[in-house]
Design a protein around this ligand. Structure first.
Ligand SMILES: [Zn+2]
Length: 231
């Protein structure tokens, strides 16, 4: 905000004629006098513009409108905002976790951050790769959570975007569930078992949330390769 700048801001210098002196004029009010309310309105409008042009806000709005379970929506929201209680996030909130304990328990090589757990970890990468191969939708997998979600959503045609966004949310929710079961219940991290679980769960979502009217049998859905365009 430049309330008293010469031309494009909210203030304007008015040159007087004859005996009138130069004076500052506040452009945001009719009479040219400054008021706190007019300044507040300018700040509020700028803030609204920023929120509306923030891509993360746009994506989160789409996430809430995606047909998915509430738990998956909340997990996606926390993931995109980096609010999931990964070991790395807990340590940053001063919660005491040993260095080795904070390693990813899927690969045991790197610190458990959201980005590692859902994108960089070789196990997570194998899950994304397996799902893409299954649906025949190979494409880039950016190294950023929000960009990853966007890229995955845009792998299909326009009519499949909502389905792909829902699938991304289903995958990440089950990855997080799998992580918790692995960390706290000693479940073994098994890529193929997780891919099978994702396929079964998303089959249920398609029926529950009516993501497609296509008559697809469960056996063809579960087969090695399923053509996304059949949906
Ligand atoms: Zn890992």
């Amino acid at each position: 905000m430049r309330p008293l700048s010469a031309s494009k801001g909210s203030g304007q210098r008015v040159h007087g004629f004859g005996s009138k002196k130069d004076a500052w004029r506040w452009k945001a009010t009719k009479g040219g006098d400054f008021s706190t309310k007019s300044a507040y309105d300018i700040v509020k409008a700028a803030k609204t513009r920023n929120i509306n042009s923030n891509p993360t806000s746009e994506i989160l709005k789409e996430v809430w409108n995606t047909p998915a379970t509430h738990k998956a929506k909340v997990t996606t929201w926390r993931l995109v905002r980096n609010r999931l209680p990964t070991c790395d996030n807990l340590r940053r909130r001063n919660i005491q976790i040993g260095v080795e304990e904070s390693w990813c328990n899927a690969c045991c090589h790197r610190s458990e951050t959201c980005k590692h757990l859902f994108i960089e970890c070789p196990k997570a990468d194998a899950v994304w790769s397996g799902i893409q191969q299954w649906l025949g939708i190979n494409g880039p997998r950016p190294n950023d959570i929000t960009e990853h979600l966007e890229a995955f959503t845009n792998l299909g045609k326009k009519k499949h975007r909502k389905t792909l966004r829902a699938l991304w949310m289903c995958i990440t929710w089950l990855m997080w569930k799998n992580r918790n079961e692995s960390r706290f219940d000693g479940k073994t991290w098994d890529v193929q078992a997780l891919i099978r679980e994702i396929k079964v769960m998303f089959w249920c979502w398609i029926k529950i949330f009516k993501l497609s009217n296509a008559d697809v049998s469960f056996s063809s859905w579960m087969s090695q390769i399923f053509d996304l365009h059949a949906l």
